[in-house]
Design a protein around this ligand. Structure first.
Ligand code: GDP
Length: 440
């Protein structure tokens, strides 16, 4: 996420750290580099210029030149300003109405349907919400099918009316259906065109008027850079929407949209999409994003993601198995699947402070576990439960079956053995023992 921008800002701020004595000249030089980095990331020139002007003003106000650690102070000023530019505090969505009606708007391909599903899934997982998805794209039958596929995937009901070509009527019928069926959230997916046009604007405006949504969200593809900002403006003029959803932040986006959109339409970014999977949704926290852009990682989000995937019941079962020495490869496979659900690997690594920069040229992808999974899948149930029985001929068979070498099979078995021992030690009050071993 924003690799390029992070790199350039890092270099810009290094100018300060690299100089023995910090003078007004290098502060000015740094800010010029910061501005250039922002403009390269597709931030509007004026926004970038105002940004550095504000940082400069604060730097003078806080007497950066006389401070003990001017480099660090400058980084902090840039971080604070970046946070402010992206919206300050995180903004929630209004779910107080019953049903709460959420209207999705945006261009075709921006990720509306995918995000509608993600949001429904996110709310459903909060237990108190029973969402209904409503398909209002009457122009593309495939769009209705797509929403149904998404609904099935996440086990959320989808309301559609294929014969009807009046989106306003469908939206209303969807809301009535929700009221009759106890759905306390209605998410309305609408049609989008490839570019802003009057017919589309009138249609979404009519739907908006007819259903008075609790929340109108504008979905935009972050890869579209400055265009994203212009489209946001056009939709905001008509809908006066409540918040922005930035999708495809997992891609190679330059980040300009994330940074500029709030100051152009003065509406907060509420969620971001970070992948095609239904779990790839995050609440947008401006300060955490600023940390990530400045290469400081985002441990809080990482822990939250882990917690979301954490199932207490499963964890208890696992603990019992470990205690009884019954932790096998099937359990290991389940663990891997949970990690994979947390998001794509590169994204996760990027949340570890410092690691993103260090590992950015490494080839980390979702296939990171491919070999391990293949090896485990090639084992018989008995071998998975009792890896001790895996002898040389079994290893050979497993290697062949999984398309890996005997060395790779051996390596996994060894790692698994070490891991099992470690887990056993942590369990049996051994946490303390381990700390002692580590000399703490
Ligand atoms: P719509 O026309 O606005 O409903 O857009 P879709 O939901 O159909 O999304 C268009 C394409 O973008 C699909 O191929 C989605 O899988 C993909 N997509 C949506 N959100 C994301 C995201 O956050 N990351 C990535 N990588 N792809 C996404």
């Amino acid at each position: 996420m924003f690799d390029n921008l992070s790199d350039k800002l890092d270099k810009a701020l290094h100018i300060l750290k690299g100089h023995g004595q910090i003078t007004e000249i290098n502060v000015a030089e740094t800010l010029k580099e910061v501005r250039r980095a922002l403009v390269d990331a597709d931030v509007n020139y004026k926004i970038a210029k105002d940004f550095t002007a504000r940082v400069k003003e604060k730097a003078i106000g806080e007497n950066v030149l006389k401070s003990l650690k001017p480099g660090q102070l400058m980084v902090k000023l840039v971080k604070d300003e970046l946070t402010e530019l992206m919206g300050g505090d995180a903004a929630g969505i209004n779910l107080s109405d019953s049903p709460s009606i959420i209207l999705m708007s945006g261009l075709q391909g921006s990720g509306k349907t995918t995000f509608s599903g993600k949001l429904a899934n996110y709310l459903k997982n909060k237990k108190t919400k029973k969402p209904l998805l409503v398909a209002c794209d009457v122009y593309r039958p495939a769009a209705i099918d797509q929403l149904h596929v998404v609904g099935e995937q996440i086990n959320v009901e989808v309301f559609s009316d294929r014969g009807n070509n009046d989106p306003v009527a469908i939206a209303k019928a969807g809301v009535a259906h929700a009221k009759a069926n106890g759905n306390n959230v209605v998410i309305i997916d609408t049609a989008g065109r490839l570019a802003v046009d009057e017919a589309m604007m009138t249609e979404i405006e009519n739907i908006h008027k007819a259903i008075s949504p609790s929340e109108t969200l504008f979905v935009v593809d972050s890869m579209t850079g400055q265009d994203a900002v212009n489209t946001a403006k056009a939709f905001n003029d008509v809908l006066n929407f409540d918040g922005v959803i930035l999708t495809k932040l997992d891609g190679d986006t330059r980040g300009g949209a994330a940074i500029s959109i709030k100051s152009v339409v003065n509406k907060p970014i509420k969620f971001i999409g970070t992948g095609e999977k239904m779990e790839a949704i995050d609440v947008f926290y401006p300060s955490r994003m600023a940390d990530r852009i400045l290469g400081m990682g985002d441990v809080v989000s990482l822990v939250e993601r882990a917690q979301e995937q954490f199932d207490e019941e499963e964890a208890r079962k696992l603990q019992k198995k470990i205690a009884k020495n019954q932790f096998g490869f099937d359990d290991f496979l389940k663990q891997i699947q949970q990690i994979k659900k947390m998001g794509n690997m590169k994204d996760l690594v990027g949340m570890i402070p410092g690691a993103g920069k260090m590992m950015k040229n490494m080839d980390i992808d979702d296939d990171a576990f491919k070999h391990i999974e293949a090896i485990i899948h090639s084992m018989t149930p008995a071998e998975r439960a009792k890896p001790q029985i895996i002898n040389a001929s079994r290893k050979k068979r497993i290697g062949k079956g999984s398309g890996t070498s005997i060395q790779q099979v051996n390596q996994l078995l060894k790692q698994f053995d070490q891991m099992s021992k470690m887990m056993k030690m942590m369990q049996g009050g051994g946490g303390k023992r381990m700390m002692q071993m580590m000399g703490k």
